[in-house]
Design a protein around this ligand. Sequence first.
Ligand code: NAD
Length: 371
Amino acid sequence: MGEIFDYVDELGPTRIIHIHEPTHGLKAVLVVDNVAAGPAIGGLRMAPDVSTRECARLARAMTLKNAAAGLPHGGAKSVLFGDPKMPLEEKERLIRELACALNNEKSYIFGPDMGTDEKCMAWVKDEIGRSVGLPRELGGIPLDEIGATGWGLSQVVDVALRYCDFGIEGARVVVQGFGAVGKHTARFLAARGAKIVAVGDSRGGIEDPSGLDLERLLALKEEGRSVIEYGSGRKLKDPDAIVGVECDIWIPAARPDVVHKDNVERLNTRLVVQGANIPFTPSAEKALHQRAILNVPDFIANAGGVICAAMEYQQMNQTAAFQVIEEKLRTNTEEVLEQVRRKQCLPRDAAMAMATERVKRAMDTRRWALF
Ligand code: NAD
């Protein structure tokens, strides 16, 4: 009895559902964290080993991200235990079964996450009619293909530069991770006049202070190759070397915890805008603050993807979704950075306070708050 309530606090979770169908090997967990603002949107992760606690933590991150983005949605996360690379028919059967098992859980809208994709969301939609991140044929907006998160990050950079003493024209940018988020961010920033001086992927990085040719890099990735095969500039053999490349704007767009107490001192930049989720450890964020390097935290900066998904759910088109991302992320960045300026607090603390306040205000409007 006690254990499951170990995770609760003033915001949630409102429901934790364990699903187990031994005859079919279906094992899953859904954590609906908070639904004060509306039905919760959160990814379905397929992985062999995610704990309920981790699922609850990810669900909370979605509550805060959705609230920060001002969406009429709460936060949730689901996990389906299994190898995402299992034979497709088996995967389809498990996902369809899971969707059916959660048919009555109307407060949860499925989205894609690690190990699931638009096809999986189409199966869920077919079973219960509630999912986002759908294929184009079903009204989906392919957010990774169009670069929704990268578009958002470029807007955040634009607003954050008002709090810095340099502009975008000629600003030297380093992007760590050259996937769905990283490459589009580089593309949108270059279009605004920035100079991309280094990019990295899991195999290493490439640096050229006079600027890299993005088209060439994008073509390499298109062919399934690494950025280290660029052919000129300086090769960075160790993926971590990109942390120390001198620049004005440093964009993490790869993995969690890549900057920590042992490498944060090597960062040589003036602005960090977080594309990846939790790319800095808490101590590394403190170190940035002490060195007066401006930092826009992940759930403020990288919310473009989830905003796009929510707009898809409202049957908006791509152009309208980009406008909403622009408007929301610009306003939020301004609000957070104003608080930072006024209170001299950590940007993450300002962002957390803003998001938590919004969740609480939404909770106050619900009938339960009367009793
Ligand atoms: P992706 O798989 O498309 O790209 C990841 C990139 O990071 C790849 O180029 C990979 O080679 C590189 N990489 C992996 N390990 C690395 C390392 N140690 N050093 C340097 N590069 C490394 O993933 P994505 O969708 O671009 O997501 C990147 C990050 O952004 C993740 O943390 C993800 O959770 C987060 N995020 C993504 C979205 C989205 O819309 N896709 C939205 C919000 C947050």
